[in-house]
Design a protein. Structure first.
Length: 80
């Protein structure tokens, strides 16, 4: 897609640290966007930088209900 488009591309959807790095290294994207992983990992950039474990997101709490799933995921220093 990047080659056909010719401009800068931000790719998203199902990436983890290794696949994101691969997409950038192979020239398939200029940047990677993370959605669900960011919800579960409020410090995602630091976790990716240090290869720290990722918290799993809880899909049933997305887009409705109360604050569960948005404000209660632990930061790296709390879960390490």
């Amino acid at each position: 897609m990047k080659k056909a488009f010719g401009g800068r591309v931000i790719s998203a959807g199902g990436y983890v640290r290794e696949t994101a790095a691969g997409a950038i290294a192979e020239g398939r994207a200029d940047a990677i966007a993370f959605g669900q992983l960011f919800i579960a990992n409020p410090d995602l950039p630091e976790r990716l930088r240090t290869a720290a474990p990722l918290d799993r997101y809880h899909r049933p709490t997305f887009y409705g209900g109360d604050a569960r799933g948005y404000t209660d995921y632990p930061a790296l220093s709390a879960s390490a």
